[in-house]
Ligand binder design. Structure first.
Ligand SMILES: C[S@@+](CC[C@H](N)C(=O)[O-])C[C@H]1O[C@@H](n2cnc3c(N)ncnc32)[C@H](O)[C@@H]1O
Length: 245
């Protein structure tokens, strides 16, 4: 159903997948939406909150599969809002992290459409919660950094390896399962201990969630050998050490 008056766009963080990790504001925007453009990783139970008459449009962009171009997604978002609809652009985790929100913000501004950003629980912190670690840790981890392991051409980006090999930092790697072995090789060459603890959390917020724990060297080898099919959040740094039992 179309709304009256001018359209509206909300970039909404869907969190890691469990509906009870949606914020109340995200839930309100999903319930009010005329149109929801959603990513693969923001599908599933969170969409059940949509009105029965809302138009749900999958605009998935999973690595290695044919996808809608960002330009096409942005065009649809603007077209629906220009037609007076309340549009929710639903993104996994937090919309401001590795989701190309900048391009959608710019397009909404250029079209003169009212825009709101609704933050979500990023998979980085949801993954930390799942394995019960604190990403920051007094004395041990004074810095927390979030990186993408995946460049526009699916390769390891040109990253600041010195910062990533910092033994006093915790690093959260998004989109990094395919390039982690190469990253770890560079980290070790830069002096990072091969036994730095790490965790890989796959398909968080779904019944298929799995966790691998080990050292960066072990998990690099396992990811290369096992090639998990689900989305993976990789966390590494001394804060990931498992408590002595
Ligand atoms: C395009 S980025 C979006 C990140 C998102 N905006 C966030 O804040 O979590 C997609 C990457 O986020 C991570 N991710 C998203 N959903 C996930 C999930 N349910 N389980 C594990 N990792 C996930 C993976 O690293 C995946 O490759």
């Amino acid at each position: 159903m179309s709304s009256h008056g001018r359209g509206h766009i909300a970039l909404v963080g869907a969190g890691p997948g469990d509906p009870d990790l949606l914020t109340l504001r995200a839930l309100a925007r999903i319930r009010a939406a005329d149109v929801i453009l959603y990513d693969d990783l923001a599908s599933g139970p969170v969409l059940e909150a949509a009105r029965p008459d809302a138009e749900l449009i999958a605009v998935g962009k999973r690595a290695g599969r044919p996808s809608h171009s960002q330009a096409e997604v942005t065009r649809q978002m603007i077209d629906h809002a220009s037609a007076g609809k309340r549009v929710v652009r639903l993104k996994s985790g937090d919309p401001t992290l590795f989701g190309r929100a900048d391009e959608e913000i710019a397009a909404a501004r250029a079209a003169g459409i009212e825009l709101e950003i609704v933050p979500g629980v990023t998979t980085a912190t949801a993954a930390a919660a799942h394995v019960q670690v604190s990403l920051s840790k007094r004395v041990v981890a004074r810095r927390v950094q979030m990186i993408t392991g995946h460049d526009v051409d699916a390769r390891l980006p040109d990253l600041d390896i010195a910062a990533l090999a910092d033994p006093e930092a915790t690093t959260c790697v998004f989109m990094g399962k395919g390039t982690f072995a190469e990253l770890v090789e560079k980290l070790i060459a830069h002096g990072m201990a091969a036994d730095t603890p790490a965790a890989v959390i796959e398909s968080l917020g779904t019944p298929a969630t799995t966790v691998m724990r080990g050292t960066i060297a072990e998990l690099a080898a396992r990811l290369a050998a096992e090639r998990p099919s689900g989305p993976c959040m990789i966390l590494y740094g001394r804060a990931l050490a498992e408590p002595a039992s």
